[in-house]
Every structure is written in C-alpha cells, then in structure tokens.
Design a protein around this ligand. Structure first.
Ligand code: HXC
Length: 259
C-alpha cells in the first residue's frame, strides 16, 4: 500500500496482517497521521474476510514513545476540545478482528495506550511500559487511566500515572498488563504463531469470543453471563460449529470455512 507514510503493512502469513509503526527518528511517536493510517487500515483489514488476525508492532527498541509531543505542544484548549483530540483512536477499539500488540522496548503514554487497545499484548523481555504524561503537565488521554486501571488495578495504575515511572516486562506480566513475555529475539515469531493460530479458527467464533470477553468490562456479572450464553447459543447457527464438532468426533483436523 503506497499511501502509508508512518506505518508499514505486510502479510507475513495466510490470513495474518502485520502493521509496523515506522517513525524511527521520532521513536514511533503517534501523530495524527499515524492515527488516521492505523484506524483506516485496520478498518479496511477488518472488512477483509481473508484477514483473521492483525499484529501491531514497532522496532526492537521502541514500540511507541507516546503521542507526538511536538505536534501537540502549541495547541490550545479550544483546539483540542473542538477537535475532540485523540477521539479518533476509539475506532481501533471497534475493530472486530483480533489485534495483537507485539511490544519491544518503550511503550509509553499513547504507546502503552495503543498496546492496551489490542486484545493480546505480547511483550518482549526488554519492554518498558509507562504513562509519563504527568511529567509533561498533562494526563493520559487515550485510555491510560481507564484501561490500565482495569488491567492492573488502582494501586499500580495510580503509581504509574502519578509518578510517571516505567514498569518492566516482568512487573507488567506480574501485574496482569500483558498476555505473555517472550525473548526479544523471538517476539515477531511468537506474535506470528499466535496470530496464525487465532486466524485458523472459525472467524465468527473468534469474533464472538472477543466480543464476550470485552463485554465483561461493560456489564455486571449476571447480565454478562446471559450475554455470553446467548452468544454461545448463536455459534450453533454457524457451519463452523458443525464442522468443529464433527471433526473432533471423527478424530480429524477441522476445516473451518469462517461462516
Ligand atoms: C515527539 C518524540 C517523542 C514523542 C521521542 N521523540 N519521543 N517526539 N513525541 N513522544 C523524539 C525526541 O524528541 C528525539 O527527537 C527523538 O525522538 C529521539 O528521542 P530521544 O529522547 O533522544 O531518545 P532516547 O534518549 O533514547 O529516549 C527515548 C525515550 C524518550 C525514553 C522514549 O524519547 C522519551 O521519554 N520520550 C517521551 C515519552 C513520553 O513522555 N511519552 C508521552 C507522550 S504524551 P530529536 O529531534 O531530538 O532527535 C502522550 C499523551 C497521550 O502520549 C494522550 C494525552 C494527551
């Protein structure tokens, strides 16, 4: 795709898309153009039936060092408020295809928030997470106070948001921020293996699994359990449910057709 300037797109495996943040001179800082490129591209990939999982990654040393401070520094309150600055990122949370953040190095501010918008967060052992906005005289604006608190609880979220300190991969793993930690050298391979595995399962079942887990953040337990059960019932309307259960009974690998 030649209309991409701040990210790149590869298709490293069948049904898998790999987006790489690509502003090395700015430590992959997320400017408005990056936001538009990521949200437009993920919306396009989400609509493509041949894409079953999307990986978002950075370099070996930096995932993203946050929102672009130099782009924001001279904005006034009226401007950020009128443009509802950063609201565009919510489109990423609407993507139904599983998103895998493969994070090596710094994931700070908006970088940490971008990783937290993804469904799986695979961290390299050199990853460092933080919400250093307080050091700039601002606060998190892309979910750092909300998604981080839900992921790691008030104690750690307050610590990161109030002190601006970074959390290494081991602490992030212990705190529940990341799905798993892998050696930096194998991050891409591990993310690709997870993406390929997910993309091979029934696409409607995968989308439903993502939807019901996310619902846990929005509803009470009884309502959430009812929602889960109803969505579970609806999996029986798919061809893939018949195929998956037939394949198990016949001791063969399923051939999912994603419908
Ligand atoms: C713009 C950035 C940037 C950023 C780094 N750069 N982070 N530019 N926005 N977020 C630029 C630097 O200015 C520098 O440009 C170049 O990238 C290399 O950065 P260095 O600082 O020289 O690299 P290093 O010493 O290796 O330190 C890496 C770093 C540090 C630890 C990641 O750059 C850093 O602390 N960055 C800022 C992290 C941060 O505060 N993030 C939160 C942003 S606010 P030059 O031109 O000098 O080479 C945010 C808010 C979200 O995300 C929403 C609420 C508003």
């Amino acid at each position: 795709m030649n209309d991409l300037h701040t990210i790149t797109l590869e298709r490293p495996a069948d049904r898998v898309a790999l987006i790489t943040l690509n502003r090395p001179k700015a430590k992959n800082a997320l400017n408005l153009q990056t936001m538009r490129e990521i949200t437009d591209l993920t919306a396009r990939l989400d609509a493509d039936p041949d894409v079953g999982a999307i990986i978002i990654t950075g370099s070996d040393t930096v995932f993203a060092a946050g929102a672009d401070i130099k782009e924001m520094r001279d904005l006034t309150f009226s401007e950020v408020h009128a443009q509802d600055w950063l609201a565009g990122w919510t489109a990423l949370a609407d993507v139904r295809t599983p998103l895998i953040a493969a994070v090596a190095g710094y994931a700070l501010g908006g970088g940490c928030e971008l990783a937290m918008m993804c469904d799986l967060l695979i961290a390299a052992d050199n990853a460092k997470f933080g919400q250093p906005e307080i050091t700039l005289g601002v606060i998190p604006g892309m979910g750092g106070s909300q998604r981080l608190t839900r992921a790691v609880g008030k104690a750690k979220a307050m610590d990161l948001c109030l002190t601006g300190r970074m959390m290494d991969a081991e602490e992030a793993d212990r705190s529940g921020l990341v799905s798993r930690v892998v050696p930096t050298a194998t991050l891409r391979e591990e993310a690709l293996t997870a993406a390929t595995r997910i993309a091979g399962f029934s696409a409607p079942a995968v989308a439903m699994a993502k939807e019901v887990v996310n619902q846990a953040f929005e509803t009470g337990l009884a309502e959430g359990l009812l929602f889960e059960r109803r969505v579970f019932h609806s999996t029986f309307a798919t061809e893939d449910q018949k195929e998956g259960m037939a394949a198990f009974s016949e001791k063969r690998a399923p051939q999912f057709r994603h419908r």
